[in-house]
Design a binder for this molecule. Sequence first.
Ligand code: F6P
Length: 322
Amino acid sequence: MAINTIGILTSGGDAPGMNAAIRAVVRTAVGNGLQVLGIRRGYNGLINGDTIVLDARSVDGIQTRGGTMLYTARCQEFATPEGQKKAADICRYMGIGGIVAIGGDGTFRGAFDLSRSGVCTVGIPATIDNDIACTRYSIGFDTACNTALESIDRLRDTMQSHERCSVVEVMGNKSGALAMYVGVASGATSILIPEKPVDMEKDVFERMRRGRIQHRNHHIIIVAEGVGGLDTIAKEIHEATGIETRVTVLGHVQRGGSPSARDRVAATRMGVRAVETLMAGKTNRVICAHNNAIIDRDIEEALAMPSQFHEELYHVSQMTIL
Ligand code: F6P
């Protein structure tokens, strides 16, 4: 049966570029004669029927803003069969034939469950962690990298003046992707990520001692949040090298801000593709960046894919340090 109304929601942690994806979905759908309902607060909003009508005008200019105009949430109730049934009943009651769900793996699991209840679903990857196995890129990653980088460049100035060491925690959940990008871009002395064993002597102290011989007494050590133990790391560095060390947790500042051009363009391409996928009668799909193209994959297959680790970038990060 042809779809007349599309619902769109954002779920999980927000990411810069979500609004650009919402705009692309709304404009593409409306341009093709479909009605769009914005569902607020993720799957919570679906269960509670918390929707607003979105037309082409209501998404004017939102591509410039971080966050999500639809709010976001993590919904426990939707993880239960009762919650999923409620959501599917609401979709039928409101005439929603297809749902575009923007977020990470948890969001796609929800979309998969919903598609089994007879509602067509398409996922769009958006998380600053860039840890979704099925796609090379997730919306928000580039902006978060640049936001973190700007702060780290500032930290470097003051570390240099005081000849100190800065231990900086960046987000990423269990993934070291953000830490690696930011570490390479900032020229960090060491990058500690959960995917690789941490050898403090070899990977941190040794390099700092080598730096001292070359009259370099300030350092940036990037630690992915999945590694943790920042205070212990800082204490050990001070004890092993004698260099005064300070800890900075960049935290949620990394999730905010106006999205970069890369994120706006990726979000727009994915948003258009999501609507076209639903209009083609497909369901249970996730939009992915693959090489230079935007493709769609089966959600179940996508969720079963092993996580990717950027070995070449890791190699590069190891070659360019002291
Ligand atoms: O998934 C995005 C992310 O920012 C992770 O990097 C981080 O671990 C988590 O969300 C933080 O979640 P919350 O906003 O609930 O504290």
